[in-house]
Ligand binder design. Structure first.
Ligand code: BGC
Length: 720
């Protein structure tokens, strides 16, 4: 490869580039899965020898949790008790359960992490949280949560990794390795098809086999392949049976197909038939005891494993071998991670918190998405910086996701404090600004958004007062930016074109507003891209009719507590594999903001796409090479996205599917050669006849672009 670039500068200079031109290689080859410090085979033997000493009653104690978030320990066998804690974006501190816990950093939410499109950041992010688990005596982190973004209204989307299985998978595998490298176990949750929190204990996800394999399993598979040691089942039913007692879900999909060998636990109070639970392949019921907060839930009676297993053995419905398998899987997992041989808590990890804060900040810098920037109103000009008025919802209080995933953080920096630190004391906040104030400001920052939570879904529509505020400001002062803090897409259609700038800041963590301030000032060049599609209206979206007719959104824990009183209702995943951009593109519905979209303060040029070997066999992969140039005046990072398009197929296929991406940093004027690799499976679909992946011979387009709707270069490959 030899390349000649002509650079013009004063004199006409010829610069020869050969191999010296920077090259970025992105593929899945560099990724190394996690290996337990003690092999599973050795751990297996050790678990067997402990089991052989235990009575059946002792073993039964091990198949249900204790004291809400602990497993049972046995001093006489040197089995420690282990503390589990939530969740994906940091450690949820529960001092009432374990007074030795200290504090934890509030990181940006996982959806913001995904918006960075930076898998190595997922590794550092999770490593930091893993270290904080060690500082706080947490042996098992109850995350990453990783259910696909199917419905924008899902209250838990902020905890997850967006709508695309490939992007989620790449982030998850790095998350798992980063976390477990600290000795903390990760828990992939919620298995499976838990894509709404609307009466989450009463829903039956009706999903076809192809969608399960192409959309809902890949992120879990990536986590399992990366070496995750625990999986949590979900609250919902999958095709008619509760996940935590569903043999198809656990024995067939998780254990047989994905080859998972770690610990399978239930979500908290989510199983009802102990015999089925034992036979489904599950290992540990959590929390394993009555729900003290929920008298109605307890009306279901005592169905807990620890109180029923002995009877079931006596009645011949399950065997002691079943209980052995469950207890052994738990033990084997903890032993393999070294947890029987060393303490969980290591105080000295507290010293690493300053580093963790840096990781949190970097995640916010890279994850915040600039959606709109008319006439380059951002970054702020010196005049605009002089008199900034901040109005709206999350100015003094940090926006965050709630529920078990909530992390309070420490040294929290509010939006107003961050803006003052960046621009000086002239930044003014007013709860009820007058029209005169709004008119007089050199720039107005309008904060809107929602605080989403598990336990319920939120409306896609913004609260009326937020819309009214935005509309009001547009009329009085058009030097403005709308900053959205939210755990997923929200309806911005009514005012989108009236405002010059929109920044999607998700829940950015304890120091995320510093990143926002840097983006406003131009110190940081935004590089985040949407890991979701933001639709124009909710009715456009694939799961729009998921709520039964006549039922309404609610907030608060009511939905959980009245659960047993509501009949189970079906959520039909009628769209099959057409989730996210796969849906909008195939239905020709134009979204407000497409998947993969995000602006920068600089510009990038894609050129010279090459597919060196464009005829391959069904078992081969393909390498793609192209040149990416920063054609603007600032350093910046671009997320180059490669989508595969099957030109002809015997089954319905999406218009395109993301199969590779690279985040490339470029100085002003700099260009790099980028290499992306596709594996044979990146061309495959799940064949329901053979119940296996299939690659069809034929022609495929390789679409290279800066967003799902912005393809810059097209390559071709033929599979023989
Ligand atoms: C949530 C889980 C969480 C568990 C323990 C449940 O309500 O669904 O994600 O890990 O509580 O806090």
């Amino acid at each position: 490869m030899k390349r000649i670039l002509i650079t013009l500068c004063g004199l006409c200079l010829l610069t020869f580039y050969s191999f010296s031109q920077p090259t970025v290689k992105m593929g899945k080859n560099s990724f190394k899965p996690f290996k337990t410090p003690i092999s599973l085979a050795v751990a297996d033997k050790r678990a067997d020898s402990i089991l052989s000493l235990m009575t059946i009653d002792e073993k039964i104690e091990m198949i249900g949790g204790h004291n809400s978030f602990f497993t049972q320990g046995f001093k006489k066998y040197n089995i420690p008790e282990f503390y589990f804690s939530d969740a994906t974006q940091g450690v949820h501190i529960r001092k009432n359960l374990d007074s030795s816990t200290q504090k934890s950093t509030a990181f940006p939410c996982p959806l913001a992490l995904t918006a960075t499109w930076n898998p190595s950041l997922a590794n550092s992010f999770a490593k930091s949280i893993g270290e904080e688990c060690r500082a706080n005596n947490v042996a098992v982190l109850l995350g990453p949560g990783m259910n696909i973004y199917r419905i924008s209204q899902n209250g838990r989307n902020f905890e997850y990794f967006g709508e695309d299985p490939f992007l989620a998978a790449r982030m998850i595998e790095n998350y798992v390795v980063g976390m477990q490298s600290t000795g903390t176990i990760t828990t992939l949750k919620h298995f499976l098809c838990n894509n709404t929190d609307f009466h989450r204990r009463r829903t039956n996800s009706v999903v076809d086999e192809r969608a399960i394999h192409e959309i809902y399993l890949p992120a879990f598979k990536a986590g399992v392949d990366a070496g995750a040691m625990a999986v949590m089942t979900s609250y919902n039913q999958v095709n008619g049976e509760w996940s935590g007692q569903n043999s198809y879900v656990i024995n067939q999909l998780l254990k047989k197909e994905l080859g998972f060998k770690g610990l399978v636990m239930t979500d908290w109070w989510s199983v009802y038939d102990p015999e089925k639970v034992i036979k489904s392949g599950l290992d540990l019921e959590m929390p394993g005891d009555k729900n003290p907060n929920d008298p109605q839930f307890n009306e279901l009676g005592d169905t807990y494993l620890r109180t029923n297993a002995a009877r079931l053995i006596k009645e011949g419905k399950v065997t002691e071998a079943d209980v052995n398998r469950m207890a052994k899987n738990s033990m084997r997992t903890f032993i393999a991670m070294g947890l029987y041989d060393r303490p969980v808590k290591v105080e000295s990890y507290l010293e690493k918190y300053p580093e963790h804060e840096k990781v949190a900040l970097q995640t916010a810098r890279e994850g915040i998405v600039l959606l709109r920037n008319e006439k380059n109103i951002l970054p702020l000009t010196p005049t605009a910086k002089k008199n900034i008025l901040v109005v709206g919802k999350y100015v003094e209080n940090i926006a965050r996701g709630l529920g078990s995933a909530e992390v309070l953080g420490y040294n929290n920096i509010s939006m107003i404090d961050a803006l003052r630190a960046e621009f000086g004391p002239t930044v003014v906040y007013d709860k009820n600004p007058t029209d005169e104030q709004l008119k007089a400001a050199s720039f107005v920052v309008v904060s809107i958004g929602t605080s989403d939570s598990e336990g319920w879904d939120k409306s896609f529509n913004l609260p009326a007062e937020s819309n009214a505020l935005v509309e009001k400001v547009t009329k009085l002062n058009n030097n403005m930016v709308v900053v959205v803090n939210a755990g997923g897409g929200l309806k911005m259609t009514d005012w989108n074109t009236k405002v010059p700038a929109i920044i999607y800041a998700w829940y950015a963590g304890q120091n995320g507003y510093t990143a926002l301030a840097e983006i406003l000032s131009g110190k940081t060049n935004p590089s985040g891209k949407l890991p979701i599609t933001i639709e124009k209206k909710f009715e456009d979206s694939p799961g729009a009719n998921y709520m039964p007719v006549g039922m309404e959104l609610y907030t608060g824990w009511k939905g959980d507590y009245i659960a047993p009183k509501i009949p189970v209702f079906d959520i039909n995943y009628k769209e099959g594999i057409f989730v996210g951009y796969r849906w909008y593109e195939s239905k020709k519905i134009e979204p407000l903001y497409p998947f993969g979209f995000g602006l920068s303060y600089t510009t990038f040029e894609y050129s010279n796409l090459k597919v060196p070997k464009s005829e391959i066999s069904k078992t081969e992969g393909v390498t793609v090479e192209f040149e990416l140039k920063n054609t603007g005046k600032r350093a910046g990072a671009e997320v180059a996205q490669l989508y595969v398009q099957a030109l002809k197929s015997s089954v319905k296929r999406p218009i395109k599917e993301l199969k590779a991406f690279a985040k490339v940093e470029l100085k002003a004027g700099e260009s790099k050669i980028v290499t992306l690799k596709l594996k044979s499976n990146d061309f495959a679909y799940w064949d329901v006849k053979s119940h296996a992946w299939a690659v069809e011979a034929g022609n495929y387009n390789l679409l290279l672009g800066s967003a799902s709707n912005n393809i810059k270069q097209t390559g071709k490959v033929t599979i023989k």
